[in-house]
Design a protein around this ligand. Structure first.
Ligand code: AMP
Length: 191
């Protein structure tokens, strides 16, 4: 199977090609067409399997097909268990979204100064990558609007649960529209 047959827009295919990817990994081949069709997904995937592109390419595909985002509301929200993973996801998003005009990506994570995050959240944000605790801080201070989220990604969901983030995640999810698409990625899908 090639990337061309997955149904992605040309701006994403050219970015994937530039990244040097020739064929989708198995998790990408399985998840991307289903995500593009609008389904909610629960995907069992390991680090290194290509899971980031498996959720980010369909999420960016949807962004590229929406009318220009004029408000400040977030379109795609990715929750990750750790700051390091959030940074990696944000870097991958820059790579995969390199040919989408004026794409804005913000990262909101714990253990980092508030200044840059406040500045990023005061402007339009298309993709927000966050760890749960710090995002709750910003939500409580009404600095972020999640009512416009069309795609919610829970990355390494099992680790987030192990780290005790369940209540934070439930609160964050309750701030997103029920009509959103939810993509859950986890090393294990037990329980
Ligand atoms: P991830 O599991 O998303 O952290 O990805 C692991 C690594 O695989 C990253 O360095 C990606 O750049 C790379 N990668 C993702 N998809 C592909 C692909 N289809 N072909 C080759 N490398 C890939």
């Amino acid at each position: 199977m090639s990337f061309d047959s997955l149904g992605l827009v040309p701006t994403l295919l050219s970015a994937v090609q530039k990244a040097g990817f020739t064929d989708p990994t198995s998790v990408q081949a399985a998840a991307i067409p289903k995500a593009l069709a609008g389904h909610d997904l629960m995907v069992s995937s390991q680090t290194g399997s290509g899971k980031t592109a498996a959720f980010m390419l369909p999420a960016l595909n949807r962004i590229s097909q929406m009318p220009p985002n004029k408000g400040s509301g977030v379109q795609v929200l990715v929750l990750t268990p750790t700051r390091e993973l959030a940074m990696q996801v944000a870097d991958a998003t820059k790579l995969y979204g390199a040919h989408i005009k004026d794409l804005r990506i913000a990262t909101v994570v714990g253990g980092m100064p508030y200044g840059a995050q406040l500045k990023a959240l005061s402007r339009r944000v298309d993709v927000l990558v966050a760890t749960p605790g710090r995002l709750i801080d910003h939500l409580q201070a009404k600095r972020v609007n999640l009512s416009t989220v069309h795609t919610l990604v829970l990355d390494e969901a099992d680790r987030m649960l192990d780290m005790g983030f369940i209540e934070d995640i439930e609160h964050i999810v309750s701030r997103t529209p029920e009509s959103r698409q939810t993509l859950l990625f986890s090393a294990t899908l037990d329980g």
